[in-house]
Design a protein around this ligand. Structure first.
Ligand SMILES: C[S@@+](CC[C@H](N)C(=O)[O-])C[C@H]1O[C@@H](n2cnc3c(N)ncnc32)[C@H](O)[C@@H]1O
Length: 389
C-alpha cells in the first residue's frame, strides 16, 4: 500500500521537559529524557485544559507535567493523577516527589492525586462536566493492563483528546511479555504519533482520538482474549466491568464478560503450571550445592522470592535477608529470618549463595565490585516474581 503521507506523525521534543530535575537535584521518574521531551512536546502542541495521568509511581513525571503546564502559561489547566498503589517500593508515598518539588513548582492548586484506586473506580466522580483532553497511561504493561485502563478512560475523553502511552516497546528491552501498551497503541483507531525512527529507543507514543475511535473500540474489547499475564482480581475487574456496563453497549458488555471468563479459566489452569515450572527452575539452580541462601533486598520482590522458596521446600536453607550497609534495618527479622547488613554476613563463596532481589543495577554493580557471587534471576522467573510482587 503506497501512501503520500507518513502513517506515524512525529512530535518535536520539548527541550525544557526536564528542567525541574536540575532545580531539585533529583529525578525518580521512570521515563527517560526523550520520553519526557515527547510528552512535553505534545503538551506544548495541544495545550490541554484537563489532564489525566494514570500510573504515577514516585511522581517524577507528574512534576515534569506540572512544571511544563506552568512554563506554557497553562495555569488554569488541571492535572488529575491516579495510582493503584499507595506506596512505592522504598516505602515512600506514591507521588511523593510533588511535595519535594513544591518550592520550585509554584502553586499546585490545579493538582489532584488519588492513590490506592484504579481509574475505573474514580473517573465518574472526578470527571464532572468537563472531560479530559489529554491522558497519559503508564500502568501495568502486562496484559490485560493498559487495555482495561484505556477502556476505562475512553468514555471520559473529549473528542480529539491525546492519549500518551508509555513503554510501548518494553517487550523489546528486558520484559518480553510486557506488550499491553503497544497492543493498545496498535489497536485503537485515531491519529498515531510516534517518533519510531529515532536512534534512541522510541518507547513512548500517542493516539489522538477522533470520530473513528468509537466506531472501532470493540476491537480493543475483543483484544481482551489475548492471554493475560496477571489476574487483577474480582474486585478490580468489577470496577472495569461497571464502566463497560454504564458507558458501552450491551454487545460490548457481553464480549467483555465472555473474554474475562475465558481468561479466568485459563488463569486457573496455567498458574499452577507456572508455579511448578518456577519451582523446578529454582530447585535446579539452588538445590545441588546445599549452600545457604541469602536474599538481597527486603522489599516486596525479596519477599516474593522467599514465598517461592518456601513453596519449594527451600525455606530452611534461607539464612537471612541482606540490606546494604548504609540502609537502616527497620525489621530485624522477616518471618523469623534475620535481616543482616551486607558486611555482617562475612560472605564465603563456598558456603553462601545470594539471590539479588533488587532490580536497581547499583546493587549488582556493588556486589560484583566486592567479588561477591550472586544470582539474579531472569526471564520467566523474574517476570513471575515481579508480577506477584
Ligand atoms: C511504570 S509505573 C509509572 C511511572 C510513572 N509514570 C513515571 O513516569 O515515573 C506504573 C505505576 O502504575 C501503577 N498501576 C499499576 N496498575 C494500575 C492500575 N490499574 N491503575 C492505576 N495505577 C496502576 C503502579 O502502582 C505504578 O506506580
Amino acid at each position: 500500500m503506497k501512501s503520500e503521507k507518513p502513517y506515524f506523525n512525529k512530535i518535536k521534543l520539548n527541550s525544557h521537559a526536564e528542567d525541574i530535575y536540575s532545580k531539585i537535584g533529583k529525578n525518580e521518574s521512570l521515563m527517560s529524557e526523550t520520553d519526557h521531551g515527547f510528552l512535553c512536546g505534545l503538551l506544548e502542541k495541544y495545550k490541554p485544559q484537563k489532564v489525566l495521568e494514570v500510573g504515577v509511581y514516585a511522581g517524577g513525571t507528574t512534576i515534569a507535567i506540572l512544571d511544563m503546564l506552568q512554563r506554557l502559561g497553562l495555569n488554569d489547566s488541571e492535572l488529575y493523577s491516579v495510582d493503584l498503589a499507595e506506596e512505592i517500593w522504598s516505602g515512600k508515598e506514591v507521588g511523593y516527589m510533588v511535595q519535594e518539588a513544591g518550592e520550585y513548582l509554584g502553586s499546585i492548586d490545579n493538582f489532584h492525586l488519588y492513590t490506592g484506586v484504579t481509574a475505573a473506580e474514580v473517573l465518574e466522580e472526578i470527571t464532572g462536566d468537563q472531560k479530559f483532553d489529554f491522558v497519559i497511561i503508564d500502568t501495568a504493561h502486562y496484559l490485560p493492563g493498559e487495555i482495561l485502563d484505556f477502556l476505562a478512560c475512553y468514555p471520559f475523553m473529549e473528542d480529539g483528546a491525546v492519549v500518551v502511552l508509555h513503554d510501548v516497546l518494553l517487550n523489546q528491552k528486558d520484559k518480553h511479555r510486557a506488550a499491553a501498551t503497544k497492543t493498545v497503541f496498535d489497536i485503537v483507531v485515531g491519529e498515531k504519533i510516534w517518533n519510531w525512527d529515532m536512534e534512541e529507543y522510541p518507547n513512548i507514543a500517542a493516539v489522538k482520538i477522533n470520530s473513528d475511535t468509537g466506531k472501532y473500540i470493540k476491537d480493543l474489547i475483543s483484544a481482551l482474549s489475548l492471554s493475560w499475564y496477571y489476574n487483577p482480581g474480582d474486585e478490580i475487574l468489577n470496577q472495569y466491568r461497571k464502566i463497560i456496563e454504564n458507558y458501552y453497549d450491551e454487545e460490548s458488555l457481553a464480549i467483555f464478560d465472555k473474554l474475562v471468563s475465558l481468561n479466568m479459566q485459563w488463569w486457573e489452569e496455567t498458574s499452577a503450571c507456572v508455579h511448578k515450572t518456577i519451582g523446578d527452575l529454582l530447585n535446579g539452580l539452588l538445590s545441588n550445592d546445599g549452600k545457604q541462601i541469602f536474599i538481597y533486598g527486603t522489599g516486596r520482590v525479596g519477599r516474593v522470592y522467599f514465598e517461592y522458596l518456601k513453596e519449594n521446600h527451600l525455606a530452611e536453607r534461607v539464612a537471612g535477608f541482606i540490606v546494604s550497609d548504609d540502609q537502616n534495618i527497620s525489621d530485624s527479622t522477616i518471618e523469623n529470618v534475620t535481616v543482616y547488613h551486607l558486611s555482617d554476613i562475612d560472605y564465603n563463596k563456598e558456603r553462601d549463595i545470594i539471590i539479588n532481589a533488587v532490580e536497581h543495577p547499583v546493587v549488582s554493580e556493588m556486589l560484583a565490585a566486592r567479588g561477591i557471587k550472586f544470582i539474579k534471576l531472569s526471564g520467566i522467573i523474574k517476570e513471575a516474581v515481579l508480577l506477584r510482587a
